[in-house]
Ligand binder design. Sequence first.
Ligand SMILES: NC(=O)c1ccc[n+]([C@@H]2O[C@H](COP(=O)([O-])OP(=O)(O)OC[C@H]3O[C@@H](n4cnc5c(N)ncnc54)[C@H](O)[C@@H]3O)[C@@H](O)[C@H]2O)c1
Length: 402
Amino acid sequence: MKVGILREGKTPPDKRVPLTPQQCVEVQQTFPHVSIVVQPSPIRSYKDEEYSASGIALKEDLSDCDVLLGVKEVRIGDFLPGKIYLFFSHTIKKQAYNRKLLQTVLAKNIQLVDYEVLTDKEGFRIIGFGRFAGLVGAYNGFRAFGLKYDLFNLKPAHECEDLEEMLQHLDEVKLPPIKIALTGDGRVAHGVLEILNHMNIMRVSPEAYLNDEEPEQAIYVQLLPGNYAKRIDGEPFDLLHFFNNPTMYENSFHPFTQATDMLIASAYWDPKSPVLFTADEMKNDNFRIAVISDITCDIEGSIPSTKRAATIADPFYDYNPQSGELEEAFSNPNNVSVQAVDNLPCELPKDASLDFGRNLIEKVFPSLFGDDTDGIIQRASITKDGALTEKFSYLQDFADGK
Ligand SMILES: NC(=O)c1ccc[n+]([C@@H]2O[C@H](COP(=O)([O-])OP(=O)(O)OC[C@H]3O[C@@H](n4cnc5c(N)ncnc54)[C@H](O)[C@@H]3O)[C@@H](O)[C@H]2O)c1
């Protein structure tokens, strides 16, 4: 079986790779019937020379490959008919900008396996870049805090060589006794927790957090849906019920808006569930949150100040709570300063790729290159044999242009 690693074609260019040079070697050793070639690229964080030095062939024409691996969306004109493609297609929510991509994949009889829907038997996602979104999102939050109060000036994450360097910069930070709230407990939140724990910030319970108005040292609290949403009918909170009936809930985050200096938003937000707080609440004198690292980055979603996504080159902006307008980052101490980069893992492309490739090798390739007994590849195939698979048949009207 021949596997090709695609050159990323999106703008701005994405430096991540699905497999590092060393991992390509490992794959060929672990699965002896698999051989890997790499399409040359000037932008990858792992250079062409590193692949060839590892004995992996560089090849422009991938038409003799069976499987093609990318990271982000493939350019429409680059699709090769009849192949198996793995990449993040961003089509499952009927994203209009990728309608043509889905139509092309169908017309070219491609089996599209989307990383986003690769799940284990229990239905849990098995691969993604969430951890790195959490690591970089938390770092960017502290960077914003340092810049806002002129306390420290952290080097941008994307200028760091790797995660190790980024963590070293955090070691130099002397944090005042601030209060930090983190939402969520998924992959992103765990990346955030790695940073908070690396900085030896003290974790406290939600009750202790609310009671301790002026702590002696920086503290943080991790908030789960039961801490920030409650049932409108007064019945006790039930997580599964919340996921399935989000409209039956209202937000209960209010006390934390008055007790938090920095919010790191890392919980998935269902648009049908309550927002964390409103623009009106942000106008109140007792609204204490001064810095928001919104890793979820839902535009006008659960956090009203996230009015647009920011970029890696220009990651921060201020939100003026009185006018509801965006202003230049750190331009007024009364503003709320926001980090809202929507492609955070790209700031540490080498480490993020290493992590991703490891998961591919351990959790996906045994099924892709062997027997798919657990149905991992089957469940994540959006298209096959020129049609949508049953699970994704709800995309038919979208694919038909309706
Ligand atoms: N900014 C970026 O670069 C970037 C990168 C990756 C992910 N993200 C975003 O971060 C968010 C979290 O991603 P993740 O990988 O940690 O997700 P995840 O599925 O691993 O975890 C989501 C967590 O959100 C909470 N949650 C609240 N309501 C929920 C609901 N209705 N359904 C499911 N979970 C719910 C739960 O605590 C859950 O553990 C997502 O919105 C994702 O799009 C952003």
